[in-house]
Write a protein that binds this ligand. Structure first.
Ligand code: DQA
Length: 151
């Protein structure tokens, strides 16, 4: 059985659906979890889907994914723009890493334009709402499969 895809979500994403729906859409995090799990299963993988409001917990989950996962999909939310700790944790992961954001962070306030995650990610998906998670899971699976093929 393949190891799961870790899909990690940062602060305030537990409020999706109610929080600034004009920016983040009306789907809840539970809706996104279902979409992501379905997509992972279609690709032959299971998903570990988590959310926390604490930076250190995200760091610990990234460490867990290093050992127990096939790939990491991460929406670090506001920590994207502030966290060297998450950057360093992701650099230590020898697995595919896909960064995802619901909104197009480049079309928003300038403080959202820089991501500490991007330099540690294989790919970045922004601005496509919940569908971005499905695309991120697909990309993570494609990369995980190509990395496990014999050279
Ligand atoms: C976000 C974008 C971040 O700038 C913001 O802090 C979030 C959500 C997104 O998914 O669009 O909380 O990561």
């Amino acid at each position: 059985m393949a190891k799961p895809i870790y899909i990690l979500n940062g602060p305030n994403l537990n409020l999706l659906g109610a929080r600034e729906p004009e920016i983040y859409g009306s789907q809840t995090l539970a809706d996104i979890e279902k979409l992501s799990a379905t997509r992972a299963q279609a690709g032959g993988f299971s998903a570990v889907f988590r959310q926390t409001n604490r930076e250190g917990e995200l760091v610990e989950w990234i460490h867990e994914a290093r050992e127990k996962g096939s790939a990491v999909v991460i929406n670090a939310a506001a920590y994207t723009h502030t966290s060297v700790a998450l950057h360093d944790a992701l650099k230590a992961v020898d697995l595919p890493v896909i960064e995802v954001h619901l909104s197009n962070i480049h079309r928003r306030e300038s403080f959202r334009h820089h991501s500490f995650i991007s330099a540690a990610a294989d790919g970045v998906i922004v601005g496509l709402g919940a569908h971005g998670y499905e695309l991120a899971v697909d990309a993570a699976i494609a990369l995980a499969k190509s990395r496990t093929k014999a050279p």
